[in-house]
Design a protein around this ligand. Structure first.
Ligand code: PLP
Length: 380
C-alpha cells in the first residue's frame, strides 16, 4: 500500500515502540503507587515531561499529559472558559472539529461564540483577529497549521495581539509540530498529539502557561495536578516523548526530503492532469497537498485510489450518515464543486519518491476513468 494519509495518522516508529515495550511488560506500575514499581512509573513520567517541556521551551509544571489533540483542545477551551465564567470566544472557522465543537458547547452555556474567517488562501489574517477582539473576549483559538490544507498560520502575530488585549490564546499545533519548530513562548496554551509524529495513539500534551486558571475536565484523582483524573498511560507517554525527541532532530533534512516528494507529486498532477487545482496558499507544511479535480467527486476518487492501493483522505466529514463538505475549504470561499472534488494527500517520513511516481500514475488513471475518458477498469 502507498500510504499518503500521514495527516490522519502516522506509522509508529520502531525506536518509539522499543522505548515503550518495557512499560507495557515488566514496568507496569501505577505512577500513583508508593512502591518501587509505582515509583519507576512516576520517574518515567518525570523524565518524559522534563524532556518534552525543555524542547517546547516551557516549565515541566506547565505541561499536562492528555489523550491527544481532541482532549487538548477541549481541555484548553472549556477549561479556560469555565474558569472565567462568561464572555466572548473567538475561534477561527478552519479549526479542527474538536475546537469548533467545544466552542459551540460553551455557546450553549451562555458564552458568545464568534468565528473568524480565513482569506481565500486559507490564512487567518492577524488583522481579522485584532478587529474581532472585544473587551469581554476571554479566549481565542487559531491553529498553527490547518489539517486539511497544511496552510501555516501567522501565530506569532496573532499571539502578540491576544497578549496585548489580555486574551488567552490557544494554538492547536497537532499538524504543525511534526515539521515546524514549535516553542510555547507565542501563546498561552497549545496542544500536540503523538500519533501525528510517529508516536502511539492515545497520547498528547497540553501546555497551559502558568498563572492561567483552568477548570479540570476530568474529575478524579490528583493525576496531572488535578487537571485530569485517571491512571496515566505511562507506556504511551514514554513513547510520545521518544517520538517527540526524534522529530525534533534532523527536522530540516527531513522537511526538505518530504517536500521534494510532495512537490514532485503535486507538480505532475497540476501539469499532467487537466482541471487540477491546488487548494490553499501562502506558506504550507512540507507534508500536505490538497487538490481538487474537476468532474471527480472526492469520495469516488478516494475509493478508486484505495482499490488501487493508495490511501488518502477527503476533507469531508461523515456525520449522521451524510457527507458534509469540508468546512475549511467552504470557509475559504471555494466553489462548491471544488470543495466536493477535494482530496488530501499527506506525505511522511516513510514515503519514497518511487511511491509518489506510482501514486501519480494511479491517480491519473483514476481521474481519467472517473471523467469517462479512459477505458481501463479501476481496481485492476
Ligand atoms: N487538531 C488537529 C489540527 C488535528 O488534525 C487532529 C487530528 O486529526 C486533532 C486536533 C485531534 O487529534 P487526536 O486525533 O489526537 O484527538
Amino acid at each position: 500500500m502507498i500510504y499518503l494519509d500521514n495527516a490522519a495518522t502516522t506509522r509508529l516508529d520502531d525506536e518509539v515502540l522499543a522505548a515503550m515495550l518495557p512499560y507495557l511488560k515488566n514496568e507496569y506500575g501505577n505512577s500513583q503507587s508508593q512502591h518501587a514499581l509505582g515509583r519507576a512509573a512516576a520517574e518515567a513520567l518525570v523524565c518524559a515531561r522534563d524532556e518534552m517541556a525543555a524542547r517546547l521551551g516551557c516549565d515541566s509544571g506547565e505541561l499536562y499529559f492528555v489523550s491527544g489533540g481532541t482532549e487538548a483542545g477541549n481541555s484548553a477551551l472549556k477549561g479556560v472558559c469555565l474558569a472565567r465564567g462568561k464572555g466572548h470566544i473567538l475561534v477561527s472557522a478552519i479549526e479542527h472539529p474538536s475546537v469548533i465543537q467545544s466552542a459551540k458547547d460553551m455557546g450553549k452555556l451562555g458564552f458568545e461564540v464568534e468565528f473568524i474567517m480565513p482569506d481565500s488562501r486559507g490564512v487567518i489574517l492577524p488583522e481579522s483577529v485584532r478587529r474581532a477582539i472585544r473587551d469581554d473576549t476571554v479566549f481565542c483559538a487559531v491553529m498553527a497549521a490547518n489539517n486539511e490544507t497544511g496552510v501555516i498560520q501567522p501565530v506569532r502575530e496573532i499571539g502578540e495581539i491576544c497578549k496585548s488585549r489580555g486574551v488567552f490564546y490557544y494554538a492547536d499545533c497537532v499538524q504543525a509540530v511534526c515539521t515546524q519548530e514549535i516553542k510555547a513562548d507565542f501563546c498561552d496554551g497549545l496542544g500536540i498529539s503523538a500519533h501525528k509524529f510517529y508516536g502511539p495513539k492515545g497520547a498528547g500534551a497540553l501546555y497551559i502557561k502558568s498563572g492561567n486558571g483552568i477548570s479540570p475536565l476530568i474529575s478524579g484523582g490528583r493525576q496531572e495536578k488535578g487537571l485530569r483524573g485517571g491512571t496515566v498511560n505511562v507506556a504511551a507517554v514514554v513513547g510520545m516523548a521518544a517520538a517527540f525527541k526524534k522529530i525534533c532532530q534532523n527536522k530540516a533534512v527531513y522537511n526538505q526530503s518530504v517536500a521534494q516528494i510532495r512537490d514532485y507529486f503535486v507538480n505532475r498532477a497540476l501539469t499532467e492532469i487537466e482541471g487540477t487545482h491546488l487548494n490553499g496558499g501562502g506558506e504550507v507544511l512540507p507534508t500536505h497537498a490538497n487538490l481538487s479535480f474537476d468532474g471527480c467527486a472526492g469520495e469516488i476518487l478516494l475509493v478508486a485510489l484505495d482499490l488501487n492501493g493508495v490511501a488518502v483522505s477527503t476533507g469531508s466529514a461523515c456525520s449522521a450518515g451524510a457527507t458534509e463538505p469540508s468546512h475549511v475549504l467552504t470557509a475559504m470561499g471555494l466553489p462548491v464543486e471544488r470543495v466536493r472534488s477535494a482530496v488530501r494527500f499527506s506525505f511522511g517520513r516513510h514515503n519514497v519518491i518511487k511511491e509518489a511516481e506510482a501514486a501519480f500514475e494511479i491517480l491519473k488513471t483514476a481521474v481519467n476513468k472517473i471523467r469517462g475518458k479512459c477505458a481501463l477498469p479501476i481496481g485492476n
